[in-house]
Ligand binder design. Structure first.
Ligand SMILES: Cc1cc2nc3c(=O)[nH]c(=O)nc-3n(C[C@H](O)[C@H](O)[C@H](O)COP(=O)(O)OP(=O)(O)OC[C@H]3O[C@@H](n4cnc5c(N)ncnc54)[C@H](O)[C@@H]3O)c2cc1C
Length: 407
């Protein structure tokens, strides 16, 4: 057995996947694995925070692996003690509580945090992000004592926060800067459909709207919009994007751009240090979904264990699967038509189902599926493979059953 120490900073979903993949390797590359987590809990399913907020999941059910799993695999966990400094010269990391850990290899899996708006009033009580267990507990506590909430951001996080708080009995106003909801995943028709359904369920949704300031003396009391309108509120949820946690890497002198720069083996500019998940950047791509992080974890486990010498991570077109308030949504590749694309569109008005397929030079470049998403992975496969769809074109909207059946 090797006598090497691997230290991992951050214990989110992607770090946990890396630990699982490492534990499956036939050769154990490290005699000691230490995980240093800033959060007080063992890795949990962050995606399920939305379900907990909506009252559909218990916080205990979010835990990914029990303590016994870490014992069995000889993994040491140190929780609630964030790392404050990485010293690449001595190969040591230092925690807030004064603990020092030496490493042979270091993995940064520090994820990201809610992006700040840069507005006056953002530090008032009652202004909360939606990222971790603590935020979610805070939102639940506030919802039990108050009635009005404003959510800033109409991406999937904002929508899930808004729907969760509505389920808890709050009157929720959602503000979105863009002209339609989920503008990264949906086209204008899909976004408008979503707005109509969620408005009918009781959300107040304002698109093309931006906040100017958050007002209050100690607690937030109102949101002022750029057109001077005031919206009274007891709670503001900031869900307008994420910022990768790069501060440790920057201070250690590692190359960073929008996130921590890594090569296709997930190695940073220091050969002993790797990064993966939402804190890393490959080429010019950063990540905000868990699937690319999982793919990176598979590759990094092979790189660290030496089980596949040429293991590389190549960013792929990643489909987005979402369920907003029970409505399934699937999108992949290009979502909005342009001058070079043709569209195949179908819509069932009575059941709120909608599909747009984008085609360029007889190849699928994008798919937006709303309400019925069963065929999403099939479309994604053909987008990723650049399949020539000439033979199927007339049946394309009806999915694989009508395209792949032999004549
Ligand atoms: C409410 C919600 C719903 C979501 N829904 C979806 C979804 O439906 N589909 C999807 O694909 N993705 C979804 N996501 C995104 C998904 O959760 C992330 O892509 C994924 O968790 C990223 O994993 P990660 O391990 O890179 O980072 P994280 O999960 O953020 O983990 C990073 C960890 O590192 C810790 N850390 C940071 N700095 C330090 C330090 N200095 N010292 C020690 N520890 C540190 C952090 O506290 C954190 O625990 C959702 C996210 C949220 C918040």
């Amino acid at each position: 057995m090797a006598t090497h120490t691997l230290v991992i900073i951050g214990h989110g979903m992607v770090a946990q996947r890396l630990l699982e993949r490492l534990s499956e390797q036939t050769v154990r590359p490290y005699s000691r694995i230490v995980v240093l987590s800033g959060e007080p809990a063992v890795a949990y399913n962050r995606i399920q925070l939305s379900a907990w907020l909506a009252g559909d999941a218990d916080p205990d059910s979010l835990t990914l692996k029990p303590a016994a799993w870490f014992l069995k695999h000889g993994i040491l966990l140190r929780q609630g003690d964030p790392v404050v400094r990485v010293d690449p010269n001595t190969r040591q990391v230092h925690t807030e509580q004064g603990h020092t850990e030496a490493y042979d290899h270091l993995v940064l899996a520090t994820g990201s945090r809610s992006a700040r708006l840069g507005l006056d009033g953002e530090d008032l009580d009652g202004v909360v992000g939606f990222r971790d267990l603590r935020d979610t507990q805070k939102l639940i506590d506030i919802s039990q004592r108050n009635r009005r909430a404003v959510v800033i951001g109409g991406g999937f996080l904002g929508l899930e926060a808004a729907e969760g708080l509505r389920h808890r009995g709050m009157a929720v106003t959602l503000l979105h800067r863009s002209s339609h909801l989920l503008n990264r995943q949906l086209d204008t028709v899909g976004g408008a459909l979503l707005k109509e359904i969620l408005s009918a369920r009781g959300l107040t949704i304002q698109t093309d709207t931006a906040p100017r300031a958050l007002l209050g003396s100690q607690r937030v009391r109102a949101v002022q919009l750029t057109d001077e309108t005031l919206i009274s509120t007891d709670l503001v949820v900031v869900a307008a994007g994420i910022t990768p946690n790069t501060e440790l890497a920057q201070a250690a002198g590692l190359a960073c751009d929008r996130a921590i720069c890594v090569d296709h083996r997930l190695q940073t500019s220091d050969p002993s240090i790797y990064a993966l998940g939402e804190c890393c950047q490959v080429d010019d791509q950063t990540f905000g979904l868990v699937d690319p992080g999982y793919q990176q974890a598979n590759v990094l486990a092979q790189v660290l264990s030496g089980s596949l010498l040429d293991a590389t991570y190549i960013p792929a077109i990643v489909p987005t699967r979402l369920k907003i308030s029970g409505i399934p949504i699937y999108s992949c590749g290009q979502t909005r038509p342009d001058d070079a694309t043709e569209s195949v569109v179908w819509q069932d008005y009575s059941s709120n189902r909608y599909c747009r397929l984008l085609i360029r030079h007889q190849r699928l470049t994008g798919a937006v599926l709303f309400g019925e998403t069963r065929d999403g992975p099939w479309y994604a496969e053909h987008i990723q493979q650049g399949t020539d769809i000439t033979d199927w074109r007339t049946n394309l909207a009806f999915g694989p059953a009508y395209c792949e059946t032999p004549a």
